[in-house]
Design a protein around this ligand. Structure first.
Ligand SMILES: NC(=O)c1ccc[n+]([C@@H]2O[C@H](COP(=O)([O-])OP(=O)(O)OC[C@H]3O[C@@H](n4cnc5c(N)ncnc54)[C@H](O)[C@@H]3O)[C@@H](O)[C@H]2O)c1
Ligand SMILES: [Zn+2]
Length: 366
């Protein structure tokens, strides 16, 4: 068992460890009992994790109270599900001495984290992420929440976990498209923060696609280190944390305009290409780097263009509603080089004219 540890001083008064390994899931419960002996544990997971046997691997034959989200996925990421989680805990007489154990992808982690944030004014939570999105992104950084009927993540709280346990072997059962799309967050991390990581991804892409444990552990380590550094600098997204939105402003808009036919990672892939087209127009681009980025995204079988039939006006309209918009227009994160987000005039996100965005969307539609 190969275990790495990253300490995150995510808030002024605390830090939490991220344990990274392969085939570690069966040992995590023992670690939880050892590290948090006084807390009663409640597992939140979903029907696919149960079907794949991961719940059994985690808890073995022990009698453990749990809530299994069914159907799995974004459709259940609602306040109603959180109410059910909280009320299940109440029915089992859980108190302030509880710990929520989130086993699953980003939807499970976001819901379980939010339930923990509000149950009896807040109980402890640990994250055991099982998707490429969750292992690279959602389990680290303390954002929790659920969707409203109007928008994604409308209800939410910043709520840091006590610990994160990443077992990269759980990815073996993940659907291939989900797996590849989630890796776009890794490409994003490399682009904004670490050129060596980008080189590593380029050189080892086949091993990544083959889910080789040692390589996946390295990815997890890099992803967590990069996200942790950014979150540590700016836990509540005042400025630097925005760089994690690289590729996401256009990406989110394209994702919504497709009525979520596109997976998040697929849409962010298009958004990253968009950000590079913008950078070129503003004089921060470089043809060779653009080719490298497109090649890497293509080797993950990610789209580089907006699919036919998506309405440009609708995409623009959604960009205006971006939650980070000021005066109905958001700022855009760009890179000046591979591994280096653009920082100018004290800002990590930059004003880009609406006209240039329209031209970029035209180029992306070709
Ligand atoms: N909190 C954050 O900072 C943050 C960051 C990024 C994304 N998110 C959120 O994360 C969510 C997306 O997360 P996701 O992509 O992990 O989706 P998800 O949780 O819906 O998981 C995708 C699918 O894979 C299944 N699954 C999960 N792990 C599996 C495994 N190991 N084997 C087989 N099947 C498995 C799930 O049941 C689901 O059907 C979105 O709601 C998004 O808003 C949050
Ligand atoms: Zn993302």
């Amino acid at each position: 068992m190969n275990k790495l540890k990253v300490k995150i001083p995510a808030t002024a008064d605390g830090s939490y460890p991220i344990h990274i390994g392969s085939g570690t899931l069966s040992g995590i419960w023992g670690e939880l009992e050892k590290d948090f002996p006084k807390l009663r544990k409640f597992v939140v997971t979903d029907s696919n994790l149960k079907k794949c046997g991961h719940v059994k691997t985690l808890i073995g034959d022990k009698k453990v109270c749990s809530y299994v989200i069914d159907p799995a996925g974004e459709v259940s990421k609602t306040i109603e599900t959180v109410v059910k989680i909280v009320e299940s805990m109440e029915k089992e007489f859980f108190g302030r001495d509880s710990m929520v154990v989130a086993l699953g992808g980003g939807t499970v982690g976001d819901m379980a984290g939010f339930a923990a944030a509000i149950f009896k004014r807040g109980v402890k939570v640990v994250q055991i992420p099982t998707t490429t999105v969750a292992q690279a992104d959602s389990s680290v950084g303390g954002k929790t929440g659920v969707d409203s009927t109007i928008s994604k993540n409308a209800f939410g709280a910043f709520y840091m976990p006590e610990a994160v346990y990443i077992d990269v072997a759980t990815l073996k059962t993940l659907d291939d498209v989900q797996y590849r799309a989630g890796l776009v967050e890794s490409v994003k991390h490399a682009l904004i923060a670490d050129a060596k990581y980008f080189d590593f991804l380029e050189k080892n892409i086949q091993a990544v696609l083959d889910k080789e444990p040692a390589v996946l552990e390295k990815l997890a380590f890099w992803n967590c280190t990069i996200k942790a550094n950014v979150v540590e600098n700016d836990p509540t997204e005042k400025n630097m944390r925005r760089i994690l939105n690289f590729g996401h402003t256009i990406g989110h808009a394209v994702e919504s305009a497709s009525n979520f036919d596109l997976l998040h990672g697929e849409a962010v892939s298009i958004g990253i290409v968009g950000a590079e087209l913008i950078a070129q127009e503003l004089g921060f681009g470089d043809e060779k780097r653009f080719e490298r980025i497109k090649n890497l995204l293509e080797s993950l079988s990610m789209p580089l263009c907006i699919p036919k039939g998506l309405d440009k006006e609708k995409i623009i309209d959604i960009i205006k509603r971006d939650k980070k918009a000021v005066d109905l227009w958001p700022n855009f994160v760009l890179i000046e080089d591979i591994g280096k987000a653009l920082f100018r005039d004290g800002q990590w996100a930059h004003k880009v004219d609406k006209k240039l965005i329209e031209e970029t969307l035209d180029k992306l539609t070709d």
